[in-house]
Ligand binder design. Sequence first.
Ligand SMILES: C[C@@]1(CC(=O)O)C2=NC(=C\c3[nH]c(c(CCC(=O)O)c3CC(=O)O)Cc3[nH]c(c(CC(=O)O)c3CCC(=O)O)/C=C3\N/C(=C\2)[C@@H](CCC(=O)O)[C@]3(C)CC(=O)O)/[C@H]1CCC(=O)O
Ligand SMILES: NC(=O)c1ccc[n+]([C@@H]2O[C@H](COP(=O)([O-])OP(=O)(O)OC[C@H]3O[C@@H](n4cnc5c(N)ncnc54)[C@H](O)[C@@H]3O)[C@@H](O)[C@H]2O)c1
Length: 486
Amino acid sequence: MGNQLFPVFLKLNQMQTLVIGAGPVGLEKLQAVVRQSEQARIKVVAAEISDEVYAFAKEYPQIILEHKNYEAADLAGADLVIAATNNPALNLRIVEDGHHARLLVNIADKPELCDFYLGSIVKKGDLKIAISTNGKSPTIAKRLKELFQEHLPDGLDITLQQMSKFRQTLDGDFQDKVQKLNEVSAVLVRPAAKSPSFPFFKWLVWLTIMLSLAILLAIFWHREPEFQEYLINIDPIFYWFLLGGFIFAMVDGAIGMSYGVTSTAFSLSMGLPPASASMAVHLSEVLSNGIAGWMHYRMGNINWKLFRLLIIPGVIGAVGGAFLLSSLEHYSAYTKPLVSVYTLILGGVILSKAFKKPGKRKNGKIKQIVPLGFFGGFIDAVGGGGWGSIVLSSLIAGGRNARFSLGTVKITRFFIALMSSLTFITMLKYVHWEAVGGLIIGSALAAPIAAKVSNRISVKSIMVAVGIIVILVSLRSVIMFILKVL
Ligand SMILES: C[C@@]1(CC(=O)O)C2=NC(=C\c3[nH]c(c(CCC(=O)O)c3CC(=O)O)Cc3[nH]c(c(CC(=O)O)c3CCC(=O)O)/C=C3\N/C(=C\2)[C@@H](CCC(=O)O)[C@]3(C)CC(=O)O)/[C@H]1CCC(=O)O
Ligand SMILES: NC(=O)c1ccc[n+]([C@@H]2O[C@H](COP(=O)([O-])OP(=O)(O)OC[C@H]3O[C@@H](n4cnc5c(N)ncnc54)[C@H](O)[C@@H]3O)[C@@H](O)[C@H]2O)c1
């Protein structure tokens, strides 16, 4: 039948509690009562009173000690009786006398003689949880109490106080009030945000869209000879970028950074000038970060205060960087090795992060959000990447919450990529559309798969691989430059 006991919460300060017996067990029960209410009015009757009970009672003047043998008259005025004597016959008598006076009696550690059991009690401010194992195991009751005491957030009591105040501000009828109180507290029971996994059926929808596009293309292919010609003559570079975009987006999806750095290093090594490379990378980032940012927004992972602090300096930095890089397009022979040196350094940063011990973090949150946003945006536009690795890693290393930082960085990255892409488009005369198209399609194809795969691979091994690839590709560009100069 399970536990049939009904827990009630007694106002001990308005009642008279009688404790009979003042040995170790009597003391334990006395303390259990006083722990719940220091104003509890208690009378202790015992033939012998231990020194510990004397010492304890000294601190609470409302505890009255009566050094005497128990008699039925002691029950007069009592509302509740707890007995802890070492005399089984006396225990039985107390139960009988108590019931005669229609009192509820607890005989400590003798379940069969009890009208009620004492419970294990969790307390957080005004919150109280009473635990009963139906007498099966007081030890487990104690352990559960410890578990709740530790894991219930202390802020819960603040919530209670706020709800109480909020209730006082409500008017309208009872139904109205109940509805409003339920609305504001719904957030407490909303299911926790899931990791952005991509369910199978969504993947099917995605596949259907892609197939329909392919069919449309095929139809076009047959109807329009010009289009056919265009496709046949498409630069093979497009397919390389398609593959590259796919792989880099998979990796980025898994570790939350590195797409910018890897695809920029790749674009440079494919012979794109830095500004064109950066533009291709940023254009392809607009879509993927838009999707990721939207997902994080839906899951409530955005810290809006952080967003406001980051977005303006970030956009200014990004547009400035894009502007500078585009104006220097003619000097790409010189900017290219510089950018490669920068990606080389980032490769080193990623590699060192892979081997850094987790948990070795500084205390206190990072404060310089505005310069961080500007610097991140600028470097991101100039180097083709870095918003994720610079801003996110600084925020997390600076003690901020990883989930909120990731969500906020993803959504701001969308705006940064959008603004620098626009700047590049207006500044650059010649756009490498085959690179841009390859990266956009490749990374968009990867995004949903990456989200699924991300949990299965060890982050460390990916970071090591990424670090090494970026270092090698960047080194190649730097060495080629040096050889050319020599
Ligand atoms: C909750 C708590 C409240 C309090 O008393 O303040 C409480 N016992 C506590 C602790 C505790 N008591 C005992 C141990 C030793 C280990 C063990 O036996 O498990 C421990 C653990 C420890 O101290 O670590 C001995 C014991 N207790 C009872 C028996 C008899 C039996 O089981 O048959 C025996 C064996 C005696 C023997 O062997 O001779 C019986 C009862 N004890 C109850 C309450 C009631 C049922 C509550 C429930 O349903 O869970 C009930 C039925 C009647 C009652 O006394 O009200 C308190 C938690 C303190 C905290 O929260 O920290
Ligand atoms: N101490 C433990 O760890 C423990 C554990 C489990 C069960 N128990 C049982 O619980 C009971 C109480 O344990 P304890 O250690 O507190 O025992 P205890 O002997 O130390 O204390 C018993 C108390 O009952 C009082 N008493 C006895 N006869 C009385 C009377 N006629 N009138 C008034 N007071 C009277 C005594 O003066 C004493 O204060 C015992 O039956 C014991 O076997 C004890």
